[in-house]
Design a binder for this molecule. Structure first.
Ligand SMILES: *Cc1c(COP(=O)(O)O)cnc(C)c1O
Length: 366
Protein backbone atom coordinates (compact mmCIF):
# COMPACT_ATOMS: atom_id res chain seq x y z
CA UNK A 1 0.00 0.00 0.00
CA UNK A 2 1.47 3.30 -1.11
CA UNK A 3 1.08 6.44 1.01
CA UNK A 4 1.56 9.44 -1.27
CA UNK A 5 3.01 12.74 -0.06
CA UNK A 6 -0.17 14.42 -1.30
CA UNK A 7 -3.35 12.88 -2.72
CA UNK A 8 -5.20 15.47 -4.78
CA UNK A 9 -7.61 12.86 -6.16
CA UNK A 10 -8.92 12.08 -2.67
CA UNK A 11 -9.83 15.74 -2.19
CA UNK A 12 -11.26 16.12 -5.68
CA UNK A 13 -13.58 13.14 -5.11
CA UNK A 14 -15.30 15.04 -2.28
CA UNK A 15 -16.10 18.14 -4.35
CA UNK A 16 -16.19 16.86 -7.92
CA UNK A 17 -19.81 17.77 -8.71
CA UNK A 18 -19.51 21.28 -7.32
CA UNK A 19 -16.30 21.88 -9.26
CA UNK A 20 -17.88 20.67 -12.48
CA UNK A 21 -20.88 22.96 -11.98
CA UNK A 22 -18.71 25.97 -11.12
CA UNK A 23 -16.44 25.48 -14.12
CA UNK A 24 -19.45 24.93 -16.41
CA UNK A 25 -20.91 28.20 -15.15
CA UNK A 26 -17.80 30.10 -16.24
CA UNK A 27 -17.74 28.35 -19.60
CA UNK A 28 -21.44 29.03 -20.20
CA UNK A 29 -20.92 32.72 -19.36
CA UNK A 30 -17.93 32.92 -21.71
CA UNK A 31 -16.45 35.52 -19.40
CA UNK A 32 -12.97 34.15 -19.86
CA UNK A 33 -10.94 37.04 -18.40
CA UNK A 34 -11.73 38.74 -15.07
CA UNK A 35 -15.43 38.84 -14.25
CA UNK A 36 -17.55 38.03 -11.19
CA UNK A 37 -15.72 34.85 -10.05
CA UNK A 38 -12.39 36.63 -9.84
CA UNK A 39 -14.00 39.59 -8.05
CA UNK A 40 -15.77 37.31 -5.57
CA UNK A 41 -12.59 35.37 -4.81
CA UNK A 42 -10.65 38.62 -4.32
CA UNK A 43 -13.24 39.87 -1.86
CA UNK A 44 -13.27 36.58 0.07
CA UNK A 45 -9.48 36.16 0.21
CA UNK A 46 -9.15 39.75 1.42
CA UNK A 47 -11.73 38.99 4.14
CA UNK A 48 -10.11 35.78 5.43
CA UNK A 49 -6.72 37.54 5.43
CA UNK A 50 -7.98 40.54 7.43
CA UNK A 51 -7.06 42.82 4.53
CA UNK A 52 -9.09 45.47 2.77
CA UNK A 53 -7.96 44.71 -0.78
CA UNK A 54 -6.95 41.75 -2.90
CA UNK A 55 -5.80 41.37 -6.49
CA UNK A 56 -6.02 37.97 -8.18
CA UNK A 57 -2.90 37.11 -10.17
CA UNK A 58 -1.59 34.31 -12.35
CA UNK A 59 0.63 32.57 -9.76
CA UNK A 60 2.41 33.00 -6.46
CA UNK A 61 5.52 33.89 -8.41
CA UNK A 62 3.66 36.64 -10.26
CA UNK A 63 2.18 37.84 -6.97
CA UNK A 64 5.74 38.48 -5.76
CA UNK A 65 6.96 39.94 -9.04
CA UNK A 66 3.92 42.19 -9.54
CA UNK A 67 4.14 43.43 -5.92
CA UNK A 68 7.84 44.27 -6.21
CA UNK A 69 7.26 46.04 -9.54
CA UNK A 70 4.37 48.06 -8.13
CA UNK A 71 6.62 49.07 -5.20
CA UNK A 72 9.13 50.40 -7.79
CA UNK A 73 11.84 48.03 -6.66
CA UNK A 74 14.52 47.70 -9.33
CA UNK A 75 18.16 48.09 -10.28
CA UNK A 76 20.33 49.48 -7.48
CA UNK A 77 17.93 48.32 -4.76
CA UNK A 78 18.59 45.59 -2.26
CA UNK A 79 15.95 43.24 -0.89
CA UNK A 80 16.58 41.19 2.26
CA UNK A 81 15.26 37.62 2.28
CA UNK A 82 16.03 34.04 3.28
CA UNK A 83 18.15 31.61 1.27
CA UNK A 84 16.03 28.69 2.55
CA UNK A 85 12.93 29.07 0.37
CA UNK A 86 11.40 28.09 -2.93
CA UNK A 87 13.23 29.61 -5.90
CA UNK A 88 10.39 32.02 -6.80
CA UNK A 89 11.05 34.27 -3.78
CA UNK A 90 14.53 35.10 -4.97
CA UNK A 91 13.89 34.73 -8.71
CA UNK A 92 11.25 37.48 -8.48
CA UNK A 93 13.62 39.87 -6.72
CA UNK A 94 16.32 39.28 -9.33
CA UNK A 95 13.86 39.72 -12.22
CA UNK A 96 13.11 43.28 -11.07
CA UNK A 97 16.82 44.07 -11.37
CA UNK A 98 17.25 44.37 -7.60
CA UNK A 99 19.84 42.43 -5.59
CA UNK A 100 18.73 39.82 -3.05
CA UNK A 101 20.60 40.00 0.25
CA UNK A 102 20.39 36.82 2.28
CA UNK A 103 19.93 36.43 6.00
CA UNK A 104 20.19 33.00 7.63
CA UNK A 105 17.29 31.15 9.21
CA UNK A 106 16.33 30.28 12.75
CA UNK A 107 17.18 26.56 12.77
CA UNK A 108 14.11 25.73 14.89
CA UNK A 109 11.44 27.24 12.62
CA UNK A 110 13.37 27.39 9.30
CA UNK A 111 12.13 30.98 8.92
CA UNK A 112 14.37 34.05 8.56
CA UNK A 113 16.12 34.97 11.82
CA UNK A 114 15.04 38.57 12.56
CA UNK A 115 18.04 39.10 14.87
CA UNK A 116 20.33 38.94 11.82
CA UNK A 117 18.41 41.36 9.59
CA UNK A 118 19.79 44.64 10.90
CA UNK A 119 23.37 43.60 10.01
CA UNK A 120 22.26 43.02 6.40
CA UNK A 121 20.73 46.50 6.07
CA UNK A 122 22.48 49.07 3.85
CA UNK A 123 21.32 52.48 2.52
CA UNK A 124 20.27 50.61 -0.65
CA UNK A 125 17.88 48.27 1.19
CA UNK A 126 14.30 48.85 0.00
CA UNK A 127 12.35 45.86 1.26
CA UNK A 128 12.30 42.70 3.33
CA UNK A 129 10.67 39.55 1.97
CA UNK A 130 9.95 37.25 4.92
CA UNK A 131 8.85 33.77 3.80
CA UNK A 132 6.33 31.99 6.03
CA UNK A 133 7.74 28.55 5.36
CA UNK A 134 5.82 25.24 5.62
CA UNK A 135 2.69 26.95 7.04
CA UNK A 136 4.14 28.89 9.97
CA UNK A 137 4.55 32.67 9.95
CA UNK A 138 7.87 34.39 10.61
CA UNK A 139 8.50 36.22 13.87
CA UNK A 140 6.99 39.44 12.50
CA UNK A 141 7.26 41.92 15.41
CA UNK A 142 11.03 42.46 15.13
CA UNK A 143 10.78 42.47 11.32
CA UNK A 144 8.15 45.22 11.43
CA UNK A 145 10.30 47.14 13.90
CA UNK A 146 13.32 47.11 11.57
CA UNK A 147 11.16 47.95 8.56
CA UNK A 148 9.62 50.92 10.36
CA UNK A 149 12.98 52.14 11.60
CA UNK A 150 14.44 52.24 8.07
CA UNK A 151 11.20 52.87 6.08
CA UNK A 152 11.36 49.52 4.30
CA UNK A 153 8.54 47.70 2.58
CA UNK A 154 7.60 44.23 3.77
CA UNK A 155 6.46 41.80 1.07
CA UNK A 156 5.20 38.71 2.86
CA UNK A 157 5.76 35.54 0.88
CA UNK A 158 2.75 33.73 2.31
CA UNK A 159 2.53 31.20 -0.55
CA UNK A 160 2.59 28.32 1.97
CA UNK A 161 0.69 30.02 4.77
CA UNK A 162 -2.72 31.36 3.77
CA UNK A 163 -4.85 31.83 6.96
CA UNK A 164 -1.92 31.04 9.31
CA UNK A 165 -1.69 33.45 12.24
CA UNK A 166 0.99 35.24 14.28
CA UNK A 167 -0.30 36.65 17.58
CA UNK A 168 -3.80 36.46 16.12
CA UNK A 169 -2.88 38.32 12.93
CA UNK A 170 -3.28 36.71 9.54
CA UNK A 171 -0.52 35.91 7.07
CA UNK A 172 -0.39 38.69 4.50
CA UNK A 173 -1.96 41.34 6.73
CA UNK A 174 1.13 42.53 8.60
CA UNK A 175 3.41 43.59 5.74
CA UNK A 176 2.95 46.21 3.05
CA UNK A 177 1.57 43.40 0.88
CA UNK A 178 1.03 39.67 1.24
CA UNK A 179 1.47 37.16 -1.58
CA UNK A 180 -0.42 33.87 -1.87
CA UNK A 181 -0.08 30.96 -4.29
CA UNK A 182 -2.84 28.64 -5.45
CA UNK A 183 -0.41 26.08 -6.84
CA UNK A 184 -2.19 22.71 -6.50
CA UNK A 185 0.02 21.54 -3.61
CA UNK A 186 -0.70 24.60 -1.45
CA UNK A 187 -3.42 24.37 1.22
CA UNK A 188 -5.78 26.23 -1.10
CA UNK A 189 -4.84 24.89 -4.51
CA UNK A 190 -6.45 25.49 -7.88
CA UNK A 191 -6.71 23.21 -10.89
CA UNK A 192 -3.62 24.92 -12.28
CA UNK A 193 -1.67 28.07 -11.50
CA UNK A 194 -3.02 31.06 -9.61
CA UNK A 195 -2.15 33.57 -6.92
CA UNK A 196 -3.34 36.61 -4.97
CA UNK A 197 -1.89 39.80 -3.54
CA UNK A 198 -3.47 41.33 -0.43
CA UNK A 199 -2.90 44.75 1.11
CA UNK A 200 -4.50 47.39 3.32
CA UNK A 201 -3.04 50.25 1.28
CA UNK A 202 -5.64 51.62 -1.12
CA UNK A 203 -3.36 53.45 -3.53
CA UNK A 204 -0.92 50.54 -3.65
CA UNK A 205 -3.87 48.25 -4.37
CA UNK A 206 -4.72 50.41 -7.38
CA UNK A 207 -1.13 50.35 -8.64
CA UNK A 208 -0.97 46.57 -8.29
CA UNK A 209 -4.24 46.22 -10.22
CA UNK A 210 -2.70 48.28 -13.02
CA UNK A 211 0.58 46.35 -13.04
CA UNK A 212 -1.43 43.13 -13.34
CA UNK A 213 -2.76 44.34 -16.67
CA UNK A 214 0.18 45.91 -18.54
CA UNK A 215 -0.09 49.10 -16.52
CA UNK A 216 -2.98 50.30 -18.67
CA UNK A 217 -5.66 52.74 -17.61
CA UNK A 218 -7.80 53.25 -19.56
CA UNK A 219 -7.28 50.40 -21.99
CA UNK A 220 -4.40 51.09 -24.44
CA UNK A 221 -3.12 54.01 -22.39
CA UNK A 222 -0.12 52.67 -20.48
CA UNK A 223 0.92 54.41 -17.31
CA UNK A 224 3.49 51.76 -16.34
CA UNK A 225 5.18 48.75 -17.89
CA UNK A 226 3.39 45.94 -16.07
CA UNK A 227 2.63 42.45 -17.29
CA UNK A 228 -0.15 39.99 -17.93
CA UNK A 229 -0.47 38.75 -14.37
CA UNK A 230 -4.22 38.04 -14.46
CA UNK A 231 -6.00 35.25 -12.57
CA UNK A 232 -8.03 32.91 -14.77
CA UNK A 233 -11.78 32.91 -13.89
CA UNK A 234 -11.92 29.11 -14.20
CA UNK A 235 -9.29 28.91 -11.45
CA UNK A 236 -11.27 31.43 -9.40
CA UNK A 237 -14.40 29.26 -9.77
CA UNK A 238 -12.53 26.15 -8.57
CA UNK A 239 -10.99 28.06 -5.66
CA UNK A 240 -14.40 29.42 -4.60
CA UNK A 241 -15.63 25.83 -4.23
CA UNK A 242 -12.61 24.92 -2.12
CA UNK A 243 -12.39 28.04 0.04
CA UNK A 244 -15.26 27.19 2.46
CA UNK A 245 -13.44 23.91 3.28
CA UNK A 246 -10.02 25.47 3.85
CA UNK A 247 -10.25 25.74 7.65
CA UNK A 248 -11.53 22.21 8.01
CA UNK A 249 -8.66 20.94 5.81
CA UNK A 250 -6.05 22.89 7.76
CA UNK A 251 -7.52 21.52 10.99
CA UNK A 252 -7.16 17.97 9.62
CA UNK A 253 -3.51 18.74 8.79
CA UNK A 254 -2.98 19.98 12.36
CA UNK A 255 -4.49 16.75 13.71
CA UNK A 256 -2.11 14.70 11.58
CA UNK A 257 0.78 16.86 12.75
CA UNK A 258 -0.20 16.40 16.41
CA UNK A 259 -0.30 12.65 15.89
CA UNK A 260 3.21 12.65 14.41
CA UNK A 261 4.56 14.99 17.11
CA UNK A 262 3.43 12.56 19.76
CA UNK A 263 4.50 9.44 17.86
CA UNK A 264 8.06 10.64 17.23
CA UNK A 265 8.73 11.53 20.85
CA UNK A 266 11.74 9.65 22.16
CA UNK A 267 13.17 9.10 18.66
CA UNK A 268 16.04 11.05 17.09
CA UNK A 269 13.51 12.64 14.68
CA UNK A 270 13.24 16.41 15.15
CA UNK A 271 9.60 17.42 14.69
CA UNK A 272 8.41 20.90 13.58
CA UNK A 273 8.74 23.64 16.17
CA UNK A 274 5.75 25.97 16.21
CA UNK A 275 6.49 29.12 18.18
CA UNK A 276 4.12 30.26 20.93
CA UNK A 277 1.65 32.72 19.38
CA UNK A 278 1.76 31.03 15.97
CA UNK A 279 -0.87 28.80 14.40
CA UNK A 280 0.55 26.78 11.51
CA UNK A 281 -1.50 25.49 8.59
CA UNK A 282 1.10 22.74 8.01
CA UNK A 283 1.45 23.11 4.28
CA UNK A 284 4.29 20.67 4.90
CA UNK A 285 5.16 18.53 7.90
CA UNK A 286 8.94 18.64 7.84
CA UNK A 287 11.07 16.40 10.02
CA UNK A 288 14.79 16.53 10.50
CA UNK A 289 17.56 14.04 11.10
CA UNK A 290 21.33 14.06 10.74
CA UNK A 291 21.21 10.75 8.87
CA UNK A 292 18.68 11.70 6.22
CA UNK A 293 19.92 9.23 3.60
CA UNK A 294 18.87 6.29 5.77
CA UNK A 295 15.48 7.91 6.40
CA UNK A 296 14.88 8.61 2.70
CA UNK A 297 15.83 5.01 1.84
CA UNK A 298 13.45 3.67 4.48
CA UNK A 299 10.56 5.83 3.23
CA UNK A 300 11.24 4.74 -0.33
CA UNK A 301 11.44 1.05 0.61
CA UNK A 302 8.04 1.40 2.31
CA UNK A 303 6.38 3.25 -0.56
CA UNK A 304 5.86 6.40 1.49
CA UNK A 305 5.87 9.65 -0.45
CA UNK A 306 8.30 12.30 0.73
CA UNK A 307 10.17 15.30 -0.64
CA UNK A 308 13.10 17.44 0.38
CA UNK A 309 12.06 21.09 0.61
CA UNK A 310 14.64 22.40 -0.28
CA UNK A 311 17.81 20.51 -1.15
CA UNK A 312 19.89 23.50 -2.32
CA UNK A 313 19.69 26.88 -0.54
CA UNK A 314 19.44 29.90 -2.82
CA UNK A 315 22.94 31.21 -2.11
CA UNK A 316 24.31 27.92 -3.50
CA UNK A 317 22.26 28.00 -6.73
CA UNK A 318 24.23 28.11 -9.95
CA UNK A 319 22.16 30.99 -11.36
CA UNK A 320 22.98 33.16 -8.32
CA UNK A 321 26.73 32.51 -8.35
CA UNK A 322 27.25 36.12 -9.46
CA UNK A 323 25.91 37.28 -6.08
CA UNK A 324 29.26 36.17 -4.69
CA UNK A 325 28.20 34.13 -1.67
CA UNK A 326 30.13 31.18 -0.27
CA UNK A 327 28.37 27.92 0.51
CA UNK A 328 29.33 28.31 4.18
CA UNK A 329 27.82 31.82 4.53
CA UNK A 330 24.48 30.59 5.89
CA UNK A 331 25.25 27.51 7.98
CA UNK A 332 21.72 26.98 9.32
CA UNK A 333 20.18 27.08 5.85
CA UNK A 334 22.88 24.76 4.59
CA UNK A 335 22.37 22.26 7.41
CA UNK A 336 18.58 22.33 7.01
CA UNK A 337 18.93 21.62 3.28
CA UNK A 338 20.95 18.52 4.15
CA UNK A 339 18.74 17.22 6.97
CA UNK A 340 15.05 17.93 6.35
CA UNK A 341 12.34 15.88 4.65
CA UNK A 342 8.58 16.41 4.32
CA UNK A 343 6.25 13.46 5.00
CA UNK A 344 2.52 13.07 4.19
CA UNK A 345 0.27 15.43 6.21
CA UNK A 346 -2.52 16.16 3.72
CA UNK A 347 -6.05 16.40 5.17
CA UNK A 348 -7.41 13.17 3.65
CA UNK A 349 -4.53 11.08 5.06
CA UNK A 350 -6.19 8.18 6.87
CA UNK A 351 -5.36 7.03 10.40
CA UNK A 352 -4.03 3.67 9.14
CA UNK A 353 -1.85 5.49 6.61
CA UNK A 354 -0.23 7.87 9.06
CA UNK A 355 0.31 4.95 11.42
CA UNK A 356 2.13 3.14 8.62
CA UNK A 357 4.34 6.20 8.13
CA UNK A 358 5.21 6.25 11.83
CA UNK A 359 5.85 2.50 12.06
CA UNK A 360 8.15 2.58 9.02
CA UNK A 361 10.16 5.50 10.39
CA UNK A 362 10.38 4.15 13.94
CA UNK A 363 11.66 0.79 12.69
CA UNK A 364 14.82 2.67 11.69
CA UNK A 365 15.57 3.43 15.32
CA UNK A 366 14.48 0.25 17.09
C1 LIG B 1 4.76 27.99 -4.12
C2 LIG B 1 5.65 29.08 -3.69
C3 LIG B 1 5.87 30.23 -4.46
C4 LIG B 1 5.43 30.37 -5.88
O1 LIG B 1 4.12 30.09 -6.14
P1 LIG B 1 3.67 29.61 -7.60
O2 LIG B 1 2.20 29.74 -7.55
O3 LIG B 1 4.13 28.19 -7.76
O4 LIG B 1 4.29 30.51 -8.61
C5 LIG B 1 6.61 31.26 -3.91
N1 LIG B 1 7.15 31.17 -2.70
C6 LIG B 1 6.99 30.06 -1.93
C7 LIG B 1 7.60 30.04 -0.57
C8 LIG B 1 6.25 28.98 -2.41
O5 LIG B 1 6.12 27.90 -1.65
Amino acid sequence: MKVPLLDLKAQYATIKDEISAAVAEVLESQICIGGPKVAELEQKIAAISDCKYAVGVSSGTDALLCSLMALKIGPGDEVITTPFTFFATVGSIVRTGATPVFVDIDPCTYNINPALIEAAFTPRTKAIVPVHLFGQMCDMDPIVKIANKHSLYIVEDAAQSITATYKGRRAGSIGTVGCFSFFPSKNLGGAGDGGMIVTNDESLHQRIALFRNHGAKPKYFHKYVGGNFRLDPIQAAVLLVKLPRLDEWSEARRRNAAYYNEAFQGTPIVTPHIRPGCVSIYNQYVIRTANRDALLAQLKANDIGCEVYYPVPMHEQECFANLGYNASDFPHSRAAAREVVAIPVYPELRADERERVVVAIKRLYS
